[in-house]
Design a protein around this ligand. Sequence first.
Ligand SMILES: NC(=O)c1ccc[n+]([C@@H]2O[C@H](COP(=O)([O-])OP(=O)(O)OC[C@H]3O[C@@H](n4cnc5c(N)ncnc54)[C@H](OP(=O)(O)O)[C@@H]3O)[C@@H](O)[C@H]2O)c1
Length: 380
Amino acid sequence: MRSKYLTTVAFQRNVSSKKTAVVVGTSHGGIGEACANRLAEQGFIVVAVGRDRPEQSQRRLVERLMETSDSTYPTASSSCHNERPLPQHEFYPCNAFSLRDVYDTCQKIRKKHPRIDALVMTQGMATTQGFTPTEEGNDQKMTLHYYSRICMILSLLPALSNKNNSRDYCPAVVVSILSGGVHSAYTNYEKDPSLKQSYSIQNAANAAGYYNDLALDHLALNYQDNNNNSIKFVHAAPGFVRTNWGTELPMLLRAIVRFLQRWAAKSPADCAELLMGSTILALQAGDQLPKLPQRPSPPALGSSSSNNNIDNRYNSTSTAAEEEGVYIVNQYGETASLTKHHTPEARRIIWKHTMNVLRQAGVPVPDEQQKKQHEQYRME
Ligand SMILES: NC(=O)c1ccc[n+]([C@@H]2O[C@H](COP(=O)([O-])OP(=O)(O)OC[C@H]3O[C@@H](n4cnc5c(N)ncnc54)[C@H](OP(=O)(O)O)[C@@H]3O)[C@@H](O)[C@H]2O)c1
């Protein structure tokens, strides 16, 4: 699949303005590695984040990314060489089961990269296990698919907001690759938001997808960059992709997945092209993102839940910046839907729950964090 965005001009522009993308979950053969590769091809500096596993040789990953940047446009590369070095990709080890480790890793990244243009998160696992607590007491799967992603965004937010007003200005884009548009809502979020009592494979999948929608929507509504433009938050679904997904599954299930992958799954590179092409690369080229999803209609006035369910962003007094919520993108890079339970009340409850989880893990959350960041910026 050849991309219309793969041009020498775009490559050179990205190299000279040192566009930087953080990609999480970059093991060999996965969607994360394919996205990292695609962004390296486009001239981005790639900051790869993942577990440092000896068998995966992260040094090889960085070498592969360097080869990609170098070989994409030999002519562009050599002319860049004369003026500026080619993008220097890096790897940061991080165990995303630990929210504290995610926060600490982000601090290190920010120190070296005060401006980040894109964040892509793919960390995940497919298991049949029940509620399995991390050292911080949260479920492992929920931590990879949801809590660690919000922790990462919040911890990198100052760098994502730190945009200069140059000619090639483009708002930062955050893409969480999980299950946009293909999950249902987890409706017991008020009583048991962390799934300690209601854990099942299905509830964990629904809760992670539903919480991604809600929290990314909250972020889109509340955070702008220093040019007063909304940062773009995208929840995407990859479709069925030929990766190592399911390594932790029991042997028989894993064999079925591998068999089906041969016939019905797309390659990680095609997945990366569709998801990066419709979001980060489209925006950079001045194209539109896929349309915003339709909001579930508010219940009839007078119904008992009407006050809770009306999304006030769409009343006549809301500002343009406020109207831009989360983008939901399907496996083809097109607009997908929110669940009918996507309400302001659910958004508020899940955000509050998430901030409690982060706080308990020792991660500074918005107010505290913003204060600290201001202090830090003053010191720099
Ligand atoms: N492939 C599909 O068909 C498919 C379908 C629907 C949704 N998805 C979702 O899309 C995302 C990417 O899928 P994929 O196919 O690329 O999966 P994958 O090949 O299993 O990759 C998952 C990534 O997460 C990393 N990871 C796991 N535990 C981690 C931890 N504790 N700390 C840091 N990183 C950790 C893995 O690193 P290690 O190598 O260290 O384990 C790996 O790089 C996942 O969230 C998956 O659930 C995939």
